[in-house]
Design a protein around this ligand. Structure first.
Ligand code: CMC
Length: 428
């Protein structure tokens, strides 16, 4: 830690505050004594200047377009690693040996089945329910099933809950899809990889053998890697905040899923593909660019812009190359990809997007790949949630194991009425 100090004069008091340094990234001013010594809070809606925790998991340099998990660049992990290996890395801090990876994969595989009673939860939903609504409900319901591992002060219990969540998420996601198309649920097949198993549970049917296409399995696994964790984003902060009260881990992850669903966050992949469909052909792009720039029009280019990346999102680069690989493997051509490439080109040469540093983010190209693989748009955010679960549980574990952990409790600037007396109904 650096011994630098920052000072602030407020309310007639000058306060010296420690400046803390991480291993990389901007320093932070430790303002914890601010209220006690000056009677003032800081004001930072949207947390644009506030670090909410210490974390050793993921580092983002938004200006340089860098994303590291436990120090490893996302491009290297996407190219050389697997989702199971990245999950191990996020949870344990180091890359596994081959024995450790085999043991971890076996443990996860052993937890892939859902309690049979959970199938009845699905049947309570309308068939046209959004699969994110189903996922949110079913993951929350897990808290009513696994009472043997919910003592969050016990590291072994936390480990089992984490493994269960990572293992069951593909089964839950695939069942949400099966329910919406009216097909029977497909049970997990533990001979397959994590990702191959998910593809089979989603696209297989009991009446036929299902063969996993290796190129699709690889692309899907890579998409999971790209979504595995992303520092203190809205859904991760939601999981941490929910978890800070000591809440049940399954309920905390359900809270994260609810937050992820919004179109400004994980829902953007669905919104981006819907936008590309609405634009349709390249000749209509300029009209939508003009709309995105118009202050009086709420329209935004979905899949563009990011709170932290003010340079290209490194995940978008990998996504773009994965589109080509999947198209080649499945022998498909989607004119929307041409529209997306052209839209990116036009937007990046427009001063509005340059000045505001708006670049394609991870969601801009992911919908095109997922749709080529056969997923309906409503499943896109579900896949994001599936992959992000490992990040959520790793962050939740990191928070709970911190001895200095406290319940999260932001303060406010109150702007309502000052104290006044109750007026009886007859006098109003
Ligand atoms: N299209 C047009 N203008 C935009 C866009 C966009 N996609 N994004 C931001 N702007 C403008 C915005 O109007 C504002 O302009 P001004 O300063 O003149 O008021 C300026 O850029 C800054 O925008 P902001 O909303 O204050 O920035 P933010 O950091 O709060 O929001 C964001 C980040 C991702 C919510 C936003 O860029 C956005 O809504 N993008 C579209 C949705 C999207 O693709 N979300 C996925 C994010 S990546 C995956 C994930 O994290 O889940």
């Amino acid at each position: 830690m650096s011994d630098n100090q920052a000072s602030l004069t407020a309310g007639g008091t000058t306060l010296d505050m420690p400046v803390k340094s991480g291993t990389i990234g901007p320093d932070v001013i430790d303002i914890r004594k601010l209220y006690g010594q000056t009677g003032m809070f800081t004001y930072d809606p949207g947390f644009t200047s506030t670090a909410s925790c210490d974390s050793a998991l993921t580092y983002i340099d938004g200006d340089e377009g860098v994303l590291l998990h436990r120090g490893y660049p996302i491009g290297q992990l996407a190219e050389h690693s697997s989702f199971m290996e990245v999950s191990y890395l996020l949870l344990n801090g180091e890359l596994p040996s081959s024995q450790e990876l085999a043991d971890f994969s076996r443990t996860i595989t052993r937890h892939t089945m859902l309690h049979e009673q959970l199938a009845t939860f699905y049947r309570g939903f309308r068939r046209d329910a959004h699969p994110m609504a189903i996922m949110c409900g079913v993951v929350g319901a897990l808290s009513a099933f696994y009472h043997d591992s919910t003592d969050i002060s016990d590291p072994q219990h936390r480990k089992i809950s984490s493994h269960r969540l990572i293992a069951k998420m593909p089964t839950i996601a695939a069942m949400a899809y099966k329910y919406s198309v009216g097909q029977p649920f497909v049970y997990p097949d533990n001979k397959l990889s994590y990702t191959g198993n998910f593809l089979k549970m989603t696209f297989g049917v009991p009446a036929e053998e299902y063969e996993v296409i290796p190129a699709v399995e690889k692309a899907m696994d890579r998409i999971f890697i790209l979504h595995a964790d992303h520092e203190q984003n809205a859904s991760t902060s939601t999981v941490r905040l929910a978890g800070s009260s000591g809440a049940n881990p399954f309920a905390c992850i359900a809270a994260g899923i609810a937050c992820l669903w919004g179109p400004a966050h994980g829902g953007a992949n669905e919104a981006a593909l819907n936008m590309l469909k609405e634009i349709g052909t390249p000749d209509r792009i300029q009209h939508y660019i003009d709309r995105a720039k118009d202050k009086n029009d709420p329209f935004r280019l979905m899949g563009f812009g990011h709170r932290v990346y003010k340079n290209y999102d490194p995940r978008a680069t990998v996504m773009q190359s994965t589109v080509r690989e999947v198209f080649a493997a499945l022998n498909v051509q989607d004119p929307l990809f041409e529209t997306a490439l052209r839209l990116e080109e036009i937007a990046l040469s427009d001063p509005y997007f340059a000045e505001k540093k708006l670049f394609p983010n991870v969601d801009f190209y992911s919908g095109i790949i997922l749709s080529a693989i056969g997923f309906p748009t409503t499943m896109f955010t579900v896949l994001f949630a599936l992959a992000r679960t490992v990040g959520w549980v790793a962050q939740w574990n990191e928070m709970i194991s911190d001895p200095g952990q406290k319940i999260g409790r932001p303060r406010q600037l109150y702007t309502g009425p000052t104290q006044r007396d109750y007026v009886p109904l007859s006098e109003r």
